[in-house]
Design a protein. Structure first.
Length: 448
């Protein structure tokens, strides 16, 4: 009987990890796919009347549109997640971003319908952004609320791991289509990665429909009658410091997480003239290494705390600001790959790994989804959305990369400051509302 119970618990754990990480990987494949396309082809396909620099800027501007609506999605779906459950929101966000991505693959370009082309591109980016606004937060909370108390960092890392897998899939998909002759790539080849997302999303939906609601939500929120009417505003009103810590922590993690792979890829290819295939392969190698370091940094945060690991990542970003451009400036593949590995597998991973559990631990269960998603996506609006555009504009303004390096230093310093003012949470219970006297038992069993 004990053996069967252990087997059942093992299967339950596997289903939880697959539902969060596989679904997250497929969804963020879609979202990052847009960023890769913006760096490589969208400037020419949707803004052809502009010169190459302006076309790239406009493509990155539409990339940022998705971030503008992400806080809206975070609020709307976050409230739903705290009122109706984590599982239905995970399914809904996956559908939204999948539909938006697949539709991009069918869009006519500027050559066919003129200004309607970029307008429709922006519309699909809005659909993507609304879904993405709550997707990551929901995946993280689903993992953390099912995790053993002393291993929340490790369990939570499977959500950012899924994001990195999505990054890798997006870069790999474009690496394959860039092997096509240029005319084929620009006429129909670029559509294939977007159209393929439809089949991938079906897989994600199937996996997520197979899991049960989290025990923390059913036992600590629903069973105790703690469902709130507007948990997003309650999170902002009752946890202002934690809300601001999330905003500040996002500046370097999200800003550099997009600046290095999205702007960096465009800079290496467009400005330095490195062949697309070489640049993409270097970036893909960095994503592969990052798969391991994300889990490592997250597990380390279970032992020494979230704050020291996160602080290391922010300060490492400051230290890498200028060396990154020195390395890619050699135009040698090995040094370009090293630059991307340091940027993704060290700087971003050290923040992204422990971030999942840390942000979830900053809010009580009845307003965790809304507080997490709202604060995190507001940080995305301030950091990740404008980062590629700001970096490209700085290069166009200065004629060189040094202002971008200064921008990197600023983001890293602000995040280090925010983490310095934040609380440590890795030993706290996630079933307790610290704003009230009510608490439920610390240990929460997995559902079989």
């Amino acid at each position: 009987m004990t053996e069967m119970t252990a087997d059942g618990a093992g299967r339950s754990r596997l289903r939880v990890i697959l539902a969060a990480s596989v679904g997250s990987a497929l969804e963020w494949y879609d979202f990052f796919l847009y960023g890769t396309a913006a760096a490589l082809v969208f400037g020419e396909l949707f803004f052809p009347k502009s010169d190459p620099i302006v076309g790239t800027l406009l493509a990155f501007l539409t990339f940022g549109v998705g971030f503008v609506v992400r806080p809206v999605g975070g609020i709307l779906f976050g409230i739903m997640g705290d009122r109706f459950g984590r599982k239905p929101v995970l399914v809904a966000t996956l559908l939204m971003i999948g539909i938006g991505t697949t539709a991009i693959g069918f869009l006519p370009t500027y050559a066919h319908i003129g200004y309607w082309a970029p307008a429709l591109l922006v519309a699909m980016r809005v659909v993507q952004g609304l879904g993405a606004g709550a997707e990551y937060g929901g995946a993280v909370i689903f993992l953390v609320e099912n995790a053993p108390a002393r291993h929340r960092g490790f369990w939570g890392s499977f959500a950012p791991l899924g994001v990195s897998v999505g990054n890798l899939l997006a870069a790999g998909a474009f690496a394959l289509v860039t092997l096509l002759p240029r005319d084929d790539l620009m006429s129909w080849g670029w559509r294939l990665p977007f159209l393929a997302s439809f089949l991938l999303i079906l897989v994600g939906i199937f996996v997520r429909l197979k899991v049960a609601e989290t025990p923390v939500f059913t036992e600590s929120v629903v069973a105790r009658g703690k469902v709130e009417r507007n948990p997003a505003m309650q999170a902002l009103r009752r946890h202002p410091r934690n809300f601001m810590v999330v905003l500040g922590a996002r500046l370097a993690e999200n800003g550099l997480g997009y600046l290095f792979p999205v702007f960096g890829l465009s800079y290496v290819i467009t400005t330095l003239g490195v062949p697309r295939a070489e640049a993409l392969s270097a970036l893909m190698l960095a994503f592969v290494v990052e798969l391991f370091t994300i889990v490592g940094f997250a597990a380390l945060s279970d032992r020494i705390g979230r704050r020291p690991v996160y602080m290391f990542g922010a300060l490492a970003g400051v230290a890498l600001a200028f060396p990154f451009f020195w390395l890619v400036g050699t135009k040698e593949w090995i040094w370009i790959a090293l630059a991307f590995i340091l940027a993704r597998a060290v700087v971003t991973a050290a923040m992204f790994g422990p971030q999942a559990a840390y942000f979830a631990e900053l809010f009580p269960p009845q307003r965790r989804f809304a507080g997490f998603a709202f604060a995190r996506e507001l940080g995305s609006l301030l950091a990740g959305g404008p980062a590629p555009f700001v970096a490209a504009a700085l290069v166009a303004w200065a004629g060189g990369w040094w202002p971008v390096a200064c921008y990197v230093v600023l983001l890293g310093a602000l995040t280090a400051l925010a983490i310095g003012f934040g609380p440590e949470t890795y030993e706290e219970s996630i079933t307790v509302d610290n704003t009230s006297d009510a608490a439920v038992p610390r240990a929460v069993p997995l559902q079989a």
